[in-house]
Design a protein around this ligand. Structure first.
Ligand code: E4P
Length: 218
């Protein structure tokens, strides 16, 4: 399973890259706004900066909600760098735009996915990645991870090549569960990735090893 970081924050992207485990980046308009990046030119410049820092795929989301607008924006984004993935919402015009991008060899990430039916449509349109929002499904007391399992089963049976990118990850446990549920990729905030490191027995064990070493070597 590959690890993407879900942020537009350059320091966090560099910290994840420094760990040696970073396979890509996802952003969305809310994450760009959180970094205070506004205006078309600044947004494009910021995407380009991220693409230059990261070897893997970088998802950049379109703002348009009609087919023509999405195609125009997506072409502009795809021209920025080879590792741009055009992120397109799961709406009727979005599916049509994904089909166009697929025919024109532009990578896509179908976002805002909450059902197996939506996952089927996105795969039929040839989406490179599919982003089911695990955390937001959990937020309404449904089972986000069950959605990942259901889509993974369908994609395996139907031999779809679309990769399942578990999104809206909220905890280290979500990352582990996504790995068990058949996700190809997770996209996560840095805090949840770093949370995977934690275990009290590791801390206790390390303290004891060092104390024993120091008894004989100081
Ligand atoms: C990433 O592709 C999604 O936009 C993101 O994971 C959504 O996360 P949230 O539900 O925590 O906003």
């Amino acid at each position: 399973m590959r690890f993407f970081i879900d942020t537009a924050n350059i320091d966090q992207i560099l910290e994840a890259k420094d760990l040696g485990i970073l396979d890509g980046v996802t952003t969305n308009p809310s994450l760009m706004a959180k970094e205070g990046i506004t205006g078309k030119n600044n947004i494009l410049k910021h995407y380009k900066k991220i693409c230059d820092l990261v070897d893997g795929d970088v998802s950049a989301e379109v703002i348009s909600t009609n087919y023509e607008g999405m195609v125009e924006e997506g072409r502009m984004l795809a021209d920025l760098a080879d590792n741009i993935v055009v992120k397109v919402p799961m709406i009727k015009d979005g599916v049509k735009a994904i089909s166009w991008f697929t025919e024109n060899d532009i990578l896509t990430n179908c976002t805002l996915v909450f059902s197996a039916g939506q996952a089927l449509l996105a795969a039929k349109a040839g989406a490179t990645y599919l982003s089911p929002f695990v955390g937001r499904v959990d937020d309404i007391s449904w089972d986000g991870m069950e959605l990942i399992r259901e889509i993974a089963e369908i994609y395996a049976i139907q031999s779809f090549e679309t990769e399942i990118l578990a999104a809206s990850i909220r905890s280290p446990l979500h990352i582990v569960q996504a790995a068990k549920s058949g996700a190809d990729v997770i996209t996560s905030p840095l805090s949840s990735i770093l949370g995977l490191l934690n275990h009290p027995l590791t801390d206790i064990g390390l303290e004891k090893f060092l104390a024993d070493y120091n008894k004989l070597n100081s």
